[in-house]
Design a protein. Structure first.
Length: 308
């Protein structure tokens, strides 16, 4: 299923401000939605006259450019925590993309999947991550690999200079890799007070993270392995952490399906079949049975009670 892409207003404003700072003036091409981004970007490229606009923007972005998300990243205790914060916030700011933190024994890789219209934004984000890995940890964290889905530029020098490694082009996704052994390297900008004020510290439960991810993709009914990968965990670790918190993946998914269904039942314009599909049930009888078992009421009965 192709997911539609939506960029929140704050991120659109940041991108526009950043582009216009580099160009020295505003563009006449509108950019208020994801669908308008490709034309806006092409206009900016034409005026800029170079292939490294994404890197130029990334290099000139102040640490706090993306507001709360940027401060959350910079205030994290370690680069590993910062990458986890980036994954959560970036995926929340742009609906319809997938950002994963894939950790193996040797590597930690941030992977961004999304439609072609998002590739320039991914280039900016990979550039920002590359710079922050060098600017914020003490000492800097080396980048071991970079992949980008676009066509290679005629001059790859600026890209290699920023990342200190030659990017792989025409890749299936945008990604940046650092050594997994360095995930615990502290940040010079770590600030527990800021983390507590923003509510972005590592104290967020695995249960809450799973709920947030499943709720975002509830129609697709994500599997446990997919969610574990998105959270940068092995399936076994995900299951163990949920067990420690008194929950199971299957239980959480069902709870979220019922929770969202209850919200949708308040919209009388939606049929029971449409609601069943929206929360990931392919058949209405299966949805009705699950809803009744969880609430003691049929979906129709619950809707009728809401009207009283």
């Amino acid at each position: 299923m192709v997911r539609s892409v939506e960029i929140d207003r704050a991120s659109i404003a940041t991108v526009k401000t950043s582009v216009e700072r580099v160009l020295g003036h505003a563009l006449s091409v509108p950019f208020s939605s994801a669908d308008e981004f490709p034309a806006y970007w092409q206009s900016a490229i034409s005026i800029y006259g170079g292939e490294d606009l994404a890197l130029r923007i990334a290099s000139e972005l102040p640490v706090g450019s993306f507001g709360r998300a940027s401060y959350a990243f910079a205030s994290a205790a370690t680069i590993g925590d910062a990458l986890s914060v980036f994954r959560r916030n970036a995926q929340g700011s742009v609906a319809g993309i997938t950002i994963e933190l894939d950790i193996t024994a040797a590597d930690a890789t941030v992977v961004m999947h999304g439609p072609e219209l998002m590739w320039p934004l991914f280039e900016v984000l990979v550039g920002v991550l590359g710079l922050r890995c060098q600017q914020l940890p003490d000492p800097p964290v080396p980048i071991t690999a970079v992949s980008l889905p676009g066509e290679p530029p005629r001059n790859s020098g600026p890209w290699e200079q920023l990342f200190k490694v030659a990017p792989r082009w025409r890749a299936p996704a945008s990604s940046l890799t650092i050594p997994a052994a360095l995930l615990e390297r502290p940040l010079r900008t770590a600030d527990i007070g800021v983390r507590e004020a923003l509510g972005t510290g590592p104290m967020a439960s695995t249960k809450d993270e799973v709920r947030a991810h499943v709720r975002q993709w509830i129609r697709e009914s994500p599997e446990a392995e997919e969610v574990a990968r998105a959270l940068g965990l092995s399936l076994r670790t995900l299951q163990r952490r949920l067990g420690d918190e008194g929950a199971s993946f299957r239980q959480l998914v069902l709870e979220i399906k019922i929770e969202v269904a209850k919200e949708l039942l308040g919209n009388v314009q939606l049929s029971i079949g449409e609601i069943a599909s929206a929360v990931g049930f392919s058949r209405v009888p299966a949805f009705s049975r699950a809803f009744s078992q969880a609430t003691g009421m049929t979906p129709s009965g619950f809707r009728s009670q809401l009207r009283k």
